[in-house]
Design a binder for this molecule. Structure first.
Ligand code: MRU
Length: 345
């Protein structure tokens, strides 16, 4: 495991793993402006709800650095413009909006020293960075209690270390069960069309940490459940509202099949992913460029897999109704959907 995103104190820039290059190459991108962070989030060089939240927080620090020599009014205006640019990158994961809101709260309304505000913003972003790791470890510890020795756990997309600062959410209970409790656990990762986060990222990071993993095409999951080859499912979340869990497209189908086969379906996410005052109909599901992602594999023009120009449907996420969710694992414990509302509302 290596951190997905880091603040470089010497150059005062942000260093991120370029996830579009994995699994082939472990390469880094350095961002020195908030606009670069915006592009990096939009193009999915960094992705995963908690990771884009922390990236946006550092984006706000960069915005403050870019506006050191402005007068206070101009500084405030520029910070709000930067916040809007960052918010307009990806609409579904709540962590992005949560992080930006938290950063804006740091900025005082009355005239103050810009350098001091910038340092406070940096402290807040670094705190979010550390909190993310702490939350994930706590999710791991709580979630590991749900896993038994020799379980095969199915996961969808990548809700691992790469989707967070470190350690992951859905992969955290697996990591904890193996590393701290010495349980034998195997992982099956859905490849997760169209962006292949399961095949490219989940398999890469588990391989890197020598955790047994197999990948399957998304449409194999039902057969494996029918054959009794999967004991538990754990997925992450981009937003958890009162009546549904938003996560990578395909999660809903998995949850239905799991219910039919009586396989526990767990969602692991930090409390920063909760938006329990909202309901399913309040959420915008991101739709991405289908010509790039669906009609081709990862935009590779030499490998079209559909007739030129055919219309593509490309929702990035779906909503799984709460009645299909066995439990939600947060840094505070394991909750049934009802208990979650009682605890956090
Ligand atoms: O489109 P992505 O790759 O950002 O989608 C990521 C997911 O759907 C993850 O499961 C979710 O963000 C949880 S990450 C801990």
């Amino acid at each position: 495991m290596i951190p997905t995103i880091e603040w470089d104190a010497k150059t005062r820039t942000v260093k991120l793993i370029d996830q579009t290059k994995l699994p082939g190459h472990l390469e880094y991108i350095t961002a020195s402006t908030h606009a670069e962070i915006g592009r990096i989030i939009k193009n999915m060089n960094i992705r995963g709800a908690p990771a884009i939240g922390v990236a946006a927080a550092f984006g706000m620090v960069l915005a403050a650095q870019e506006n050191q020599n402005q007068n206070f009014e101009h500084f405030i205006k520029s910070m709000h413009q930067a916040a809007n640019l960052l918010k307009n990158t990806r609409p579904t994961a709540i962590n992005l909006f949560w992080a930006i809101k938290r950063m804006l709260k740091i900025i005082p309304a009355e005239k103050s020293d810009i350098e001091q505000i910038t340092e406070r913003l940096l402290e807040e972003a670094l705190q979010m960075w550390q909190e993310d790791i702490n939350c994930n470890k706590a999710i791991g510890k709580h979630g590991a209690s749900l896993l038994s020795d020799n379980d095969v756990v199915l996961t969808h997309c990548n809700a691992g270390s790469l989707a967070t600062v470190l350690y992951g959410t859905a992969l955290a209970p697996i990591r904890w069960a193996i590393e701290e409790e010495k349980k034998k656990i195997e992982v099956i990762a859905d490849e997760t069309r169209p962006r292949l986060q399961g095949a490219r990222l989940t398999a890469w990071e588990l391989n890197y940490d020598k955790i047994p993993v197999k990948i399957e095409t998304d449409n194999t999951a039902g057969l494996l459940m029918r054959k009794g080859l999967v004991q538990k499912i754990i997925v992450g979340a981009d937003r958890i509202v009162s009546d549904a869990v938003f996560n990578k497209i395909g999660t809903y189908m998995l949850a239905i099949v799991a219910k039919y086969h009586n396989i526990p379906f767990y969602v692991a996410a930090p409390s920063s992913t909760l938006a329990l005052e909202q309901k399913e109909s309040d959420v915008i599901i991101e739709q991405r460029d289908g010509q790039f992602e669906v009609a081709k594999i990862m935009g590779i023009a030499t490998k079209p897999i559909a007739p030129n120009g055919v219309e593509c449907i490309n929702f990035a996420f779906d909503a799984t109704p709460m009645e299909l969710v066995t439990a939600i694992i947060t840094e505070d414990g394991v909750f049934s959907p009802k208990e979650l509302l009682a605890h956090y509302l």
